[in-house]
Ligand binder design. Structure first.
Ligand SMILES: [Zn+2]
Length: 316
């Protein structure tokens, strides 16, 4: 089973976020890529925050796509941690009420977290605590303070993210983005945090140290950022994959039909040439995601729309 844990799929891709950009991918375009690459299922991460998109995706849009192709797509939910309501005595109470409904509709996690707030922002910590309580893993994009990048903000070396990982030991946090993967190397500079640094990976990388230190930190190999972290220094990467074979997840992060994502080919070649073990390969491309998302190889993707839907007004 091969699972892409990082897909952005739109029911009707209409809007471009830049004159040079295409709209995001439709379900059919995503499926064409999956079929070409031999990918069985993909996790749809709704995009919600104004930092990445002029309009947010609704749960209804994601569930409609999943109900069209229930064997292929797995829904995640998303909440902007700046969301607030005066009807609740605390943010966490509000977030738990929402997340429980998302869970009942078949969502298996939250992401992609892209809101540009500090990692230790109390509202973000409340949202993450609620995800921990409900059992949702969280896929995040992170950014360096002071840059134009998006996602929860941190300093070099992730001091704020470390505090979250320590405070919420049961929350599975899955790292992604340039600011995350550039820290695989010990010689990372602030400029690397918004780039795809090249050359040998130097000892002392914080991503390596944190994956070894925090049992609740995992990593998503999607997009150019994850691929580059491996391809910049293959000899380092082969050891890295073997060492963290239980913590790495294969993702692609197609945002346009024009994107090129060579990760699956790269991993297959590494396996075929004996650079990484078959055991590590199988875990990274699918088994880890199946364990995370409670998928067994016989079951459909996880969308509950075709079954009895809960009445969201009932418990209010
Ligand atoms: Zn993404």
């Amino acid at each position: 089973m091969i699972i892409d844990v990082h897909a952005h799929v739109f029911l009707r891709p209409l809007i471009r976020f830049h004159p040079d950009a295409t709209p995001f991918m439709s379900a059919e375009q995503q499926l064409a890529v999956m079929d070409q690459l031999g990918i069985d299922k993909a996790v749809i991460l709704p995009l919600l925050c104004p930092e990445v998109l002029p309009e947010g995706q609704s749960l209804d849009e994601i569930l409609q796509i999943c109900s069209l192709y229930p064997e292929r797509f797995i829904p995640f939910c998303n909440i902007d941690p700046r969301l607030t309501s005066s009807l609740y005595s605390s943010d966490i109470e509000y977030y738990l009420f929402l997340l429980e409904q998302f869970r009942q509709f078949g969502c298996r996690g939250l992401g992609e977290l892209t809101a540009k707030v500090y990692w230790d922002d109390p509202k973000l910590v409340s949202l993450l605590r609620a995800c921990s309580q409900i059992g949702f893993p969280v896929i995040f994009h992170t950014s360096l303070i002071g840059t134009s990048d998006y996602g929860p903000m941190d300093d070099l070396g992730f001091p704020r993210l470390r505090r979250v990982l320590s405070r919420l030991p049961d929350l599975k946090l899955i790292g992604h983005s340039m600011a995350f993967w550039s820290e695989i190397s010990g010689d990372v500079t602030p400029a690397d945090k918004t780039a795809y640094p090249s050359g040998a990976v130097r000892p002392g990388g914080k991503v390596v140290e944190m994956l070894a230190t925090f049992p609740n930190l995992y990593a998503d190999l999607s997009a150019n950022s994850g691929y580059n972290a491996l391809a910049r220094d293959p000899e380092f990467a082969f050891d890295f994959i073997e060492r963290f074979q239980d913590k790495l997840l294969m993702g692609l992060d197609y945002c346009s039909p024009k994107n090129e994502r060579p990760l699956v080919h790269w991993l297959r070649n590494a396996r075929d040439e004996g650079k990484i073990s078959q055991t590590a390969f199988v875990k990274v491309v699918g088994e880890n995601a199946m364990r995370f998302l409670h998928i067994d190889s016989q079951s459909p993707g996880g969308c509950e729309l075709s079954r009895k839907s809960p009445d969201p007004t009932q418990s209010r």
